[in-house]
Design a protein around this ligand. Structure first.
Ligand code: NOJ
Length: 583
């Protein structure tokens, strides 16, 4: 043992010696060259929700040809990668997150030929494509499930989790989308229950079965061979299960991530997926969820572990909760800064993070984190853009947020389309919930707020469709739309384009060291980003009032690179003022 330690020390000494010789020989190399640069670290990811982006055939549903017709717009944003929500065949219980055929395109969205043209069109414009891979569960209309449920002895039976009813009722599992919150659905055909963490039409796949895993890897290789550039693994932190099915504590319903996430086996599956798929292509990989601790997150993404490229944590986005959310943390600027600084520090030396504040599962960015009142909407939307594009990590930006689209705030249940909202409404109804309070809450937080059609112009249905849109268009499209903003040099859209360029032109904004300043300031988020002697200062007023930042930095000699106000700022930051300086 002792001998081994001495040997280890000797090796360490030698390797330090070698690396310092190496370093001096390569002295001229800048730090940037040693940053382990990757295209996906430098990417700005634009998320497209295909159902709501652009309809090309008048059926009221966005489609691939619609996206193709807008490729020049997408390119004009300066973004370098697109994450496309699921486009596979699906009965659409959960808008494509219930896949019935992983190798085909949903009829509403078009054909495989359309997909090939879309991919080609993106690549011709220098844009990478990241696919959504939904394999915690499939649709109950997938052939695997149809076989699986047909008999207890069917070869596909073990593709899913079944509990035979003669054993009694299975131990309670919470379902996020079920009308009864019950994740076990009884199926009389074989007198057994199957597991579904999401809706009844989304049975969970059994990852312990190597056949399932191989089917998934083959399917991913099918898309990789087509040339897609990355994978976002939906709900993957839930994929591994403890199939001894122990009873779980009674706070399961509110803390399901704690019990469902990162169960033993998950890392092995990711390592295997990495070996079988990721390692064979130059692809970006990210799984939804980063576990409960930094240790979990690091275990997912640290180089050397060969699992994923980047982590995707919810702490930031979870902050802006409807005020009376049970167990919800109260939102404050200080808390916001604390969370983003904490995550930055966790990945300062190893691992990589995605940075986002909105997506198709959230209400609108400006409504939740900014201020969508007419006098503040533009300024606060630009301030949030400045934040997202100046943090370390890969920024993800959701379609429509570049226009400052706002929550539609439906005031009746009939307007909603989202399975989560609709089923939860049923649950509340049957369990004596307060339905009017529910509707008020959903106007703030329902996912459908983020899913209303993209507002292209002021023509009928915002130029999204010539038919009847699958979900209502926000009435403010006559003033908030891409056509108007394209022509206005000071629009949110053009600010987004400038800020994306600024990030692309300043590697310090991608890789640079992040330092939080004026930590306890309750209104201003201030930080620097530094790389290779270049130092940038970011000042963000997160409030509707004037505020000052005590950064200790004299701005007189600083060069302002961008600001969301047209007149120069002074010591006082105006409402939602944002600026980036070079020091
Ligand atoms: C997470 C996805 O982002 C969400 O839209 C979906 O409903 C669930 N996973 C289930 O697939």
């Amino acid at each position: 043992m002792q001998g081994k330690s001495v040997q280890l020390l000797y090796c360490l000494f030698l390797s330090t010696l070698i690396s310092s010789c190496h370093n001096s020989a390569e002295k001229k190399l800048s730090t940037v060259d040693t940053l382990n640069r990757k295209w996906w670290k430098e990417a700005v990811v634009y998320q497209i929700y295909p159902r709501s982006f652009k309809d090309s055939d008048g059926d009221g549903i966005g489609d691939l040809k619609g996206i193709i017709s807008k490729l020049d717009y997408i390119k004009s944003l300066g973004i370098t990668a697109v994450w496309l929500n699921p486009i596979y065949s699906s009965p659409n219980d959960d808008n494509g997150y219930d896949v019935s055929d992983y190798r085909n395109i949903m009829k509403d969205f078009g054909t495989m030929q359309d997909f090939d043209s879309l991919l080609k069109g993106m690549h011709e414009r220098g844009i990478k494509l990241v696919m959504d891979i939904v394999v915690n569960h499939s649709s109950d209309e997938h052939e695997w499930f149809k076989q699986s449920r047909s008999s207890r002895t069917n070869p596909y039976r073990n593709y899913y989790h079944w509990w035979n009813a003669e054993r009694g009722k299975p131990p309670y599992r919470y379902s996020l989308f079920d009308v009864n919150h019950d994740a076990w659905k009884y199926d009389s055909l074989t007198n057994a229950y199957y597991l579904h963490y999401f809706s009844r039409k989304q049975p969970d796949l059994n990852w312990e079965n190597p056949k399932v895993r191989n089917e998934v890897y083959d399917m991913m290789k099918f898309w990789a061979a087509k040339g897609v550039d990355g994978f976002r693994l939906d709900a993957f932190q839930f994929a591994a299960k403890d199939t001894t099915w122990p009873a779980l504590p009674s706070d399961l319903n509110t803390k399901f991530e704690k019990y469902y996430g990162m169960v033993n086996g998950l890392h092995d599956y990711l390592k295997e997926m990495n070996k079988e798929v990721f390692s064979k292509y130059d692809v970006m990989s990210v799984a939804e969820g980063a576990g409960q601790t930094f240790e979990d997150a690091h275990n997912l993404v640290d180089a050397g572990r060969n699992e994923l490229g980047m982590a995707y944590a919810f702490d930031g986005v979870n902050l802006a909760k409807y005020p009376s959310t049970p167990n919800g943390e109260k939102y404050s600027i200080i808390k916001f800064k604390e969370i983003f600084s904490k995550w930055d520090s966790a990945f300062a030396n190893n691992g990589w993070l995605s940075v986002f504040l909105s997506n198709h599962d959230q209400a609108r960015l400006v409504t939740r984190f900014g201020n969508d009142a007419p006098q503040f909407r533009e300024q606060s939307a630009k301030m949030l853009i400045t934040f997202l594009m100046s943090m370390r990590g890969t920024p993800y930006y959701y379609n429509g947020d570049e226009l400052g689209m706002t929550n539609i705030r439906f005031n009746k249940i009939e307007d909603y389309r989202d399975v989560q909202t609709l089923n939860e409404y049923q649950y509340q109804k049957t369990h004596g919930g307060n339905l009017s309070e529910f509707i008020i809450r959903k106007a703030f937080e329902s996912r459908d707020n983020g899913r209303t059609p993209f507002q292209w112009n002021d023509s009928i249905n915002a130029g999204f469709t010539t038919g009847k849109p699958w979900i209502n268009v926000n009435a403010n499209y006559t003033t908030i739309n891409a056509a108007v903003q394209d022509k206005d040099a000071n629009s949110i859209l053009n600010y987004f384009r400038k800020m994306v360029q600024l990030r692309k032109n300043n590697l310090a904004l991608v890789y640079g060291k992040y330092t939080l300043l004026d930590k306890n300031n309750p209104a201003v988020y201030a930080y620097t980003r530094e790389l290779n002697g270049k130092k940038l200062l970011v000042l963000l007023n997160f409030t509707a009032n004037n505020a000052t930042a005590n950064t200790g930095i004299n701005l007189l000699k600083a060069k302002q690179l961008i600001s969301n106000y047209s007149t120069a700022s002074n010591k006082v930051l105006r409402p939602y003022e944002a600026a980036v300086y070079e020091l």
